[in-house]
Design a protein around this ligand. Structure first.
Ligand code: SF4
Length: 476
């Protein structure tokens, strides 16, 4: 067993992990934990007990970056109390700032870029062998990539298990830092993904969430020339997974073959996260989004024609440089037209490297705040209205956990991705059950259990007595 400064001690080295940001970061952290487990590390939930603290960071918004700095500042006293402690910073802030992080936080030992996480065990061993503190930010790290994604085991398996299918982005939206910190698009071979899904299902996963900065462009970097729709069909055909979801999709890459999957693949949940960012063509052009508001509306029509009950969520931002009141009103119009089930809304902020940081005519913070409040109150009314439309319907719910409010309820999701809480036993975890919706709130539904065993396809059949009219922060 190897394990940094405490290798000589009898007990295994303890690893504490804190993850900021998106589901892809969560996934990367799980993979890092699994890699380090092979080096003898055990996971600790207490940073003061840890021998290594790994902070996986996000820089997609300024606020996320500030949270990272604040945590790193607080970790100084941990290092003072225990000088053998090793502090590692990985992810997007690490990639963005590199050795500047080592200078600003002298108690940080290792800075590991987004493409080098697979090399972390090796880097930790070198550090233990006396190599000085380092920022490791290679352009590519083939060996590390293979190490990280080639794992044939998982650290833990959840009922809903994430699976990264591609990373990076070639789109260069003018507000976005991702192509600079995550690098160019890169897809995983389908065989590797299928093996992982098989393994997760074998270990108890019922749903897989396929992750990528822009999953719609899956396959472009592969020799096997697969489209994302082909990958979805393969997973549905060749594995026993009950539910498949994916995130995130760029509207310009939402092709008809992918839309068709929503009518053809029973395991594919009728839900899509399709960020639109703005409803004004002038702003969309300045954002380099490469679609118009009308294109977006047409894609939504296509999706609803293929799958009338599809749930649609999106990201939108207010206060992009040069956004006028008229542009903002066009965004509100699009929200009214589409009637999103959920919307993640943000204020624009300048990001390093991103082209829009140099755009003039910045919108004031006060104006951004006013627009955000107005937009959020419009969407809150729509979400509540749509949630109320659910009342009286019967939905198949994949039970994931006890409800967060700890009120003895169980919690799960409908295929459209709505959270449903209902009285039930923890033994239902992992089952798809039939729930009649009785109450609707701003962010969730409440229901009554009707049937302890059903499937999404059974519940979706219109002639079933309980069939209703029913059936991921930043993104593309
Ligand atoms: S917003 Fe999405 S599509 Fe655009 S550059 Fe960023 S990651 Fe790529």
């Amino acid at each position: 067993m190897e394990g940094l400064a405490l290798a000589a001690e009898a007990r295994p080295s303890r690893l504490f992990v804190h993850t900021f940001g998106c589901q892809m970061n969560e996934y990367d952290s799980l993979r890092v934990q699994r890699l380090l487990a092979q080096d003898g590390y055990t996971l600790s939930s207490d940073p003061s007990e840890a021998d290594v603290i790994f902070i996986n960071t996000c820089s997609v918004r300024e606020k996320a970056e500030q949270k990272v700095f604040s945590l790193l500042g607080r970790l100084r006293r941990f290092k003072q109390r225990k000088p053998s402690l090793v502090i590692v910073v990985g992810g997007c802030v690490a990639q963005q700032l590199g050795s500047a992080l080592l200078e600003r936080f002298p108690h940080v030992d290792l800075v590991v870029g987004t493409r080098a996480l697979g090399s972390l065990p090796h880097l930790l061993r070198s550090l233990r062998g006396g190599t000085p503190r380092v920022a490791h930010l290679p352009e590519q790290d083939e060996e590390g990539w293979r190490e990280l994604f080639g794992l044939t085991d998982t650290w833990r398996t959840d009922i809903v298990a994430p699976v990264t299918v591609m990373q990076g982005c070639d789109n260069f939206c003018t507000y976005c830092i991702v192509p600079y910190v995550r690098g160019r698009e890169r897809s995983r071979p389908s065989g590797e993904i299928l093996r992982e899904v098989h393994l997760l299902v074998e270990k108890g996963a019922r749903e897989v969430l396929l992750l990528g900065q822009n999953v719609n462009s899956y396959g472009r970097s592969l020799d096997e020339k697969l489209r994302f729709s082909d990958l979805l069909r393969m997973i549905a055909r060749e594995t026993d997974v009950a539910r498949i979801r994916f995130t995130t999709s760029h509207p310009k890459d939402l092709t008809e073959d992918l839309v068709q999957c929503f009518s053809d693949i029973p395991q594919l949940c009728p839900h899509i996260h399709l960020p639109f960012q703005a409803g004004s063509d002038r702003v969309l052009e300045r954002m380099n989004r490469r679609y118009t508001a009308q294109d977006y509306r047409r894609k939504v029509d296509l999706l609803r024609a293929a799958c009338p009950e599809i749930g649609i969520s999106a990201d939108v931002m207010v206060g992009f440089p040069g956004e006028t009141e008229e542009d903002f009103l066009a965004t509100l119009d699009l929200i009214r037209d589409v009637r999103f089930d959920t919307l993640f809304s943000f204020r624009y902020s300048d990001r390093p490297f991103a082209a829009a940081r140099l755009f003039p005519d910045k919108v004031s913070e006060a104006e951004k705040a006013r627009r955000l409040t107005e937009l959020q109150s419009l969407q809150a009314a729509i979400t509540l209205e749509k949630n109320r439309e659910e009342m009286g319907r019967v939905r198949p719910v994949l039970v994931e956990s006890e409800s967060k409010s700890k009120d003895g309820l169980m919690s799960g999701r409908t295929p459209q991705n709505r959270i449903v809480n209902f009285p039930g036993s923890p033994a239902l975890k992992g089952r798809i059950v039939s729930v009649k919706i009785t109450e609707a709130y701003a962010h969730s539904l409440k229901g009554r259990l009707l049937d302890e065993e059903c499937s999404d396809t059974e519940a979706a059949l219109p002639n079933r007595p309980f069939a209703g009219t029913e059936l991921g922060d930043h993104g593309p």
